[in-house]
Design a protein around this ligand. Structure first.
Ligand code: MN
Length: 333
């Protein structure tokens, strides 16, 4: 089967957003390991991301995480990024590390907690005006650990009213993107556990509210490409967070665990028009590079997605320390 010209033009316009947090020091839930040259500031993260784009031509934008990437002057940060040949992309909110959110944020039934969580998102919308970002991405750690710990139905109503207030403040060219994950950190119920719940919540908001599908956020054995097909069919597939997993939310390099799954997913994206000119489906990486170097790790991914029309696996990219780790004591520093 030959590659037709439409495929070539699709590949030419392919763009995969990088997450700023993939460049910083990372680790497991037990320890964060430092690596030499890890960026200390958001500007250094942007410089690393620009390096990935320089090598691949596929990663022209960077997603920011608030408050991790908060700065005093976002207009200056935007200019800094543009000088590097990239732009600022999706703004990711964070309501999972502050004391006040111990028992939930947007889905909390405590009005004061919900107020704080909604205000954080309104601050993110202000930032988006300065960064020129289109998407506000929301992933919530909200949930419970035990049956009866809280009213799971009332929490859906609380979530709906929180999202409605945030959505009402979007400008015409902005989108609210709701990301689901089936468990963790909550282990009994999660307030946005699956595509159906995310879809029901955003459908109630309006056209500019869509779903983010993180490829690592499903139960083992889930047919992810079916979800892709269904969300595209409903006009609700807003964006991807690409990564891969063997067990749970492993955040490994996309396609590493099951390259053929990535092929099946991209086949449905293409069949559903998700890569057509003017499509609104945003592709992003959401990975954690713990054993591989971070810049080469990111370089491997966009090129991996870009070569899934059946050519090369593993994708080509500058070699990292992937195969040298553990051999030399210096590598352990
Ligand atoms: Mn994600």
């Amino acid at each position: 089967m030959g590659i037709d010209t439409r495929t070539v033009s699709r590949l030419e316009s392919l763009a995969v957003e990088l997450p700023s947090w993939a460049f910083g020091n990372s680790g497991t839930r037990f320890r964060v390991f430092g690596s030499p040259g890890a960026p200390r500031t958001v500007r250094e993260k942007l410089a690393d991301a620009a390096q990935v784009h320089r090598y691949t031509g596929l990663a022209p934008s960077v997603a920011l995480h608030i408050p991790w990437d908060d700065v005093d002057d976002f207009a200056a940060l935007r200019a800094f990024a543009e000088d590097l040949g990239i732009r600022l992309g999706t703004i990711n909110s964070n309501t999972f590390q502050d004391e006040v959110f111990e028992f939930g944020s947007l889905a909390s039934r405590a009005p004061a907690v919900r107020r704080t969580a909604v205000d954080h998102h309104l601050r993110c919308l202000e930032i988006m005006e300065e960064t020129g970002s289109r998407d506000l991405k929301i992933w919530l750690a909200d949930g419970t650990n035990y049956p009866g710990q809280d009213d799971i139905r009332a929490r859906q109503d609380a979530l709906a009213s929180s999202l409605a207030e945030i959505y009402s403040q979007l400008s015409d060219d902005q989108r609210l993107v709701l990301e689901y994950k089936f468990f963790e950190p909550a282990f009994y119920h999660t307030d946005v556990p699956d595509w159906g719940t995310a879809c029901a919540q955003v459908a109630a908001l309006g056209e500019r509210a869509v779903v983010c599908l993180d490829t690592g956020h499903h139960a083992p054995g889930t047919n992810v490409e079916f979800i892709v097909a269904q969300l595209l069919r409903l006009g609700k597939l807003g964006s991807f967070d690409f990564n891969s997993r063997f067990y749970a939310d492993d955040d490994l390099i996309v396609g590493a665990a099951d390259p053929f799954q990535l092929f099946r997913i991209m086949a449905e994206v293409i069949r559903g028009g998700g890569l057509d000119p003017g499509s609104d489906v945003a592709l992003m990486l959401d990975q954690c590079h713990n054993v591989e170097d971070k810049i080469p790790g990111q370089i491997r991914c966009p090129s991996g997605v870009g070569t899934m029309e059946g050519r090369t696996w593993p994708p080509r990219g500058p070699p990292g320390r992937l195969h040298r780790r553990g051999l030399s004591p210096e590598d352990r520093r």
